[in-house]
Design a protein around this ligand. Structure first.
Ligand code: ADP
Length: 314
């Protein structure tokens, strides 16, 4: 199965013609729904077919109650630490061109403790994949990856958001990372002193991209998601993951994208589920994740947009 360690947020989303400027008041169309990178990825993993455990921190409030009932609805084994802080929130303005402006209130997410992670050894020690992001405290993520490393589970990090500092000690514990273009460039600059423009990444030739991946994670696998341009995968040891090539590109699924929010979360959750299911070649895992993420862009919302298995067929 898949164990996800991460955030749960209530997203508050306003769509309006133009983003408000300082001092301005505008009206827009409002919707609310569940989000947070951790919960989005756990929902994707579960709906993609994996036995999924989600470890997070919640407040004793309506948001926490919602998280519990949503997890139950998707068959997710929720291991929530109840803390004295409001459940996480995000305020999101989206203009009609798709440009957005976001404020996150981490709330309870900031209080997820290593102790709570360590108390879930039953789940961690039997997982195939332990998946985390950077919306949770570093020491909690590190505790999860320490357990994953000890159990021989695949430690998988989606190093998002891009401004999060991933310490070298945490990268050393990762078997697989799944940055998008800006996250890859941010970590490359930080860890390798290598400055590449995020919008130029898709245009780099494969040998160059592979060499950059090898510098960032010498011992593991890097999968860079490139939006509508698909993804690029680079391995230290292709054979370990059932791949016959050190690097490869996989095109995006030809989706009728209407909302790409959470596309990266869909990709990571589905990739984790496919790897945990075992068997297939790595190229098959990448193709499954691409199809899954492409389908997720055809519906609005974050966690709610994650397709169920029966929606994945053409
Ligand atoms: P993030 O959401 O983290 O910015 P990306 O934009 O790279 O991540 O998207 C993640 C994955 O979602 C891509 O690798 C691709 O498989 C899929 N995807 C994203 N946008 C589209 C799109 N417009 N059409 C089809 N697939 C898409």
């Amino acid at each position: 199965g898949v164990v996800v360690i991460g955030s749960f947020n209530i997203d508050h989303v306003w769509s309006l013609p133009e983003l408000p400027r300082p001092g301005e008041t505008r009206s827009g169309t409002y919707r609310t729904g569940p989000g947070g990178k951790g919960f989005n990825q756990a929902t994707a993993a579960a709906r993609a077919g994996a036995a999924t455990t989600f470890i997070c921190a919640l407040g004793s409030d309506a948001g926490g109650t919602l998280a519990r009932s949503l997890a139950t609805g998707d068959g997710i084994d929720l291991r929530a630490e109840t803390v004295d802080a409001p459940t996480g929130t995000a305020g999101i303005y989206v203009d009609h061109g798709g440009l957005n402006s976001i404020v996150i209130g981490p709330g309870a997410n900031a209080h997820l403790s290593p102790r709570h992670i360590q108390a879930q050894t039953d789940a961690l020690s039997t997982a195939g994949v332990v998946l985390a992001q950077m919306e949770s405290p570093l020491d909690a993520v590190a505790a999860g990856f320490t357990a994953a490393n000890a159990a021989g589970a695949l430690a998988m990090l989606n190093p998002a958001p891009a401004d999060a500092l991933v310490p070298a000690s945490l990268l050393a514990r990762c078997d697989l990372i799944t940055p998008n273009e800006s996250e890859f460039c941010a970590q490359l600059a930080r860890h390798c002193g290598e400055h590449v423009e995020a919008d130029g990444l898709a245009g780099l030739d494969d040998d160059r991209l592979h060499a950059l991946c090898r510098r960032l994670l010498p011992h593991g696998t890097v999968v860079i998601t490139l939006g509508a341009a698909g993804c690029f995968a680079s391995h230290a040891d292709p054979g370990r993951h059932g791949d016959d090539l050190p690097f490869r590109r996989v095109p995006a699924f030809p989706a009728q994208a209407i909302d790409t929010t959470g596309a990266g979360d869909a990709f990571s959750g589905a990739l984790a589920a496919s790897i945990a299911a075992g068997g297939a070649r790595f190229s098959d895992h990448l193709e499954f994740a691409s199809r899954y993420a492409g389908k997720a862009t055809e519906k609005p919302g974050a966690a709610e947009a994650m397709p169920r298995r029966e929606e994945l067929a053409d």
